[in-house]
Design a protein around this ligand. Structure first.
Ligand code: KYN
Ligand code: ZN
Ligand code: ZN
Length: 210
């Protein structure tokens, strides 16, 4: 039986969110008891909370919304690369020594230890040139354990714009601490949120049969 890695953040009270964005809430609507046969609750969250997939509409006015993206991008062979040594930004020079000639999906680990308990503004970003390199090698998806490809305080969104130019998909907020670098099957389709600029995903990696 192939090992499954759950590379998703738990959606929970106090999950750190982007500064100024909607705090996560999960509250009871009905409570199971003598008067009520069920527990039912409600969720309030940003589309970019936790482990999620960006839609092109998040960064491009004409971009597809998350319910209209090509789901095939989010399911299939991928490679996990250790970029914990990259510092503030992953540059092509960090990728070239470890990147194959042909890749379909690339997940980049940048945190030595994922910051579950606090918001960290100093997350590692991805250089626009690195997106171009991944696209040249055939990548149709980039995934990161950071909350964004671009810096927290940034309006240029250069990495997102290159992703849009190449028609790639994006996963953000992955948790890769327990995953050895290597090749896996990625399973991470986004929720079908009509008109969404992003949506939560339950992201998994399955070890490949030897
Ligand atoms: N919540 C936000 C509010 C305002 C600006 C950005 C965000 C983000 O979460 C960044 C996003 N995950 C991104 O795709 O880069
Ligand atoms: Zn996002
Ligand atoms: Zn993004």
């Amino acid at each position: 039986m192939s090992r499954l890695y759950d590379i998703s953040q738990p959606l929970r009270a106090d999950i750190p969110v982007w500064p100024g964005d909607t705090p996560f809430a999960h509250e009871p609507t009905w409570v199971l008891g003598e008067q009520c046969p069920v527990n039912v609750s409600r969720l309030v969250l940003s589309t970019h909370t936790g482990t999620h997939a960006d839609a092109p509409s998040h960064y491009a006015v004409e971009g597809r919304t998350i319910d209209a993206v090509d789901l095939a991008c989010y399911i299939g062979l991928c490679v996990v690369l250790d970029m914990t040594h990259a510092g503030p930004r992953v540059e092509p020079g960090h990728l070239l020594p470890v990147l194959s000639e042909s890749v379909e999906r690339v997940l980049l680990r940048t945190w030595s230890r994922f910051p579950h308990e606090e918001w960290r503004s100093d997350f590692t970003t991805i250089a626009a040139e690195s997106i171009d390199l991944l696209a040249e090698r055939g990548a149709r998806l980039i995934g990161v354990d950071a909350p964004s490809l671009d810096p927290e305080v940034d309006s240029a969104l250069l990495a997102h714009r290159r992703v849009h130019h190449h028609g790639m998909a994006i996963l953000e907020g992955l948790v890769l601490d327990a995953v050895p670098p290597g090749h896996y099957e990625l399973i991470a389709p986004p929720l079908k949120l009509a008109g969404g600029d992003a949506a939560p995903v339950r992201a998994l990696l399955r070890e490949l049969e030897q």
